[in-house]
Design a protein around this ligand. Structure first.
Ligand SMILES: Cc1cc2nc3c(=O)[nH]c(=O)nc-3n(C[C@H](O)[C@H](O)[C@H](O)COP(=O)(O)OP(=O)(O)OC[C@H]3O[C@@H](n4cnc5c(N)ncnc54)[C@H](O)[C@@H]3O)c2cc1C
Length: 395
């Protein structure tokens, strides 16, 4: 494990790693679900010591964040300015892994993905050169970093234009999921009809003690209790409501989770799918899968809204038409893969941060053909020796 303390040391670590004939992984927060930021007998370049967060322009709300910071630290640093950056639902996740893949967060429908607020990235490339990528300089790499960053270099820092966000409504609801298919379909329809200031996620699992339950968590970007209640009411009403809690909290409070050590070990079997709408056919198939016991955690996150405003070719995250990101955790990889194959026709693609399967077909699901072709051309140009291959290797 190499833990560089500055960009020069990142470049030196990379030069050293390239000289060894062993696997190379890059790690920021160590929170990668697929366990790709660790390896067996190889080298890990861990940039967690590069974690500074700095305001570059108050007026433009421009912030520079080093890759090793965690999202809860970013939220805490932005809060005194009345700002936030949508970055995920868990503050313990590292900046580097999430901001090179997409970033589906609590403010996604209103402010887009984390990468949509990115204005520049600083990288150490495979040949050791240090570059800045933005809309004018190295624009092709800037495009690639936003959705396929892990293939192109070690990102040491990002610049983001953040949003004005103060107090938000954070809601947690428990619903009766005896009719799981109807619940899924209704929640999907309620989310698609909802104003953009609300983003919620739905969690389901196999029945416990004979009872099927669903949990909905979400944020309304408003400090007005009436607006918060108005937004949550149709969403919490998609099935019989058993318990509820709604709080008015700073966005920073939602992201402030207890510290838990993460060393990139990942999860045993997680599959991902991006889907445009929760159709009756998908809802029925998903409900059958959930009640089968093959998955112990099934989550649907809202995307859509501002995420879908961005043209599919504007960044390497191209599945812009998807309104939902679906994730399933299973105890058995074989059983989960078989079940996921059956659901596959419903999906338009996958989100690489939530996928553990390493079969080559997954590449074409992460990136549609035109995106993948452009990524392959850039990969040949910027990483001809395939140094960066730990995560959805573009070959
Ligand atoms: C509990 C939990 C909740 C999550 N919630 C969300 C969520 O709400 N929304 C969402 O979008 N994602 C979410 N994720 C997924 C998360 O975005 C990814 O797992 C992400 O890769 C984690 O970032 P990290 O830096 O902590 O990971 P790491 O394990 O450090 O890295 C993961 C991979 O990212 C790449 N990478 C890391 N750092 C760099 C770098 N500096 N330069 C280039 N490539 C790099 C590497 O390929 C590495 O293998 C969640 C994950 C967990 C475990």
């Amino acid at each position: 494990m190499l833990r560089p303390r500055n960009v020069d040391e990142v470049a030196a670590a990379l030069t050293f790693a390239r000289d060894q004939d062993v696997p190379l992984a890059v790690r920021s927060g160590g929170h990668g679900i697929s366990g790709r930021s660790t390896n067996d007998g190889g080298i890990v370049i861990d940039v967690s010591q590069l974690s500074a967060i700095e305001v570059l322009s108050e007026e433009k709300r421009l912030v520079r964040v080093e890759a090793g910071a965690r999202w809860k630290d970013v939220a805490a640093a932005l809060a005194p300015h009345g700002w936030a950056l949508s970055s995920g639902d868990y503050g313990g996740v590292g900046v580097g892994g999430l901001a090179t893949a997409g970033g589906i967060g609590w403010l996604a429908r209103e402010h887009g993905l984390t990468i949509d607020r990115m204005r520049a990235a600083e990288l150490v490339l495979a040949d050791g050169s240090r570059i800045r990528a933005d809309a004018e300089e190295n624009a092709d790499l800037f495009w690639a970093v936003r959705g396929a960053g892990a293939n192109f270099g070690v990102v040491t820092a990002f610049e983001f234009e953040v949003d004005q966000v103060g107090m938000v409504g954070f809601g947690q609801f428990v619903l009766d999921a005896s009719d799981g298919a109807t619940l899924l379909e209704r929640w999907g329809a309620a989310m698609e009809a909802a104003p953009r200031d609300v983003t919620t996620n739905l969690i389901m699992g196999p029945p416990r003690r004979g009872r099927a339950l669903a949990q909905i968590y979400g944020v309304v970007d408003s400090a007005e209790p009436d607006t918060i209640i108005e937004r949550f009411t149709p969403i919490a009403g998609v099935a019989p409501l058993l318990d509820q809690q709604v709080q008015l909290v700073p966005y920073e409070g939602v992201m402030n989770v207890p510290d838990a050590p993460h060393d990139g070990q990942g999860e045993p079997a997680v599959r991902s799918g991006l889907i445009d709408h929760l159709t009756p056919e998908f809802a029925a198939a998903a409900a059958r899968l959930i009640s089968s016991g093959t998955v112990y955690f099934f989550q649907v996150r809202s995307v859509g809204g501002a995420v879908s405003d961005v043209p599919p070719d504007a960044t390497a995250y191209s599945h812009r038409a998807a309104s939902f990101s679906v994730v399933a955790f299973g105890g058995s990889k074989a059983l989960l893969d078989r079940a996921w194959d059956e659901l596959a026709p419903h999906f338009r693609g996958l989100y690489l941060s939530f996928e553990t399967d390493q079969r080559p077909e997954r590449l074409g699901e992460a990136w549609p053909p035109a995106t993948l072709a452009r990524l392959r051309e850039l990969k040949r140009r910027y990483d001809p020796d395939n140094v960066f291959r730990d995560n959805f290797n573009i070959i």
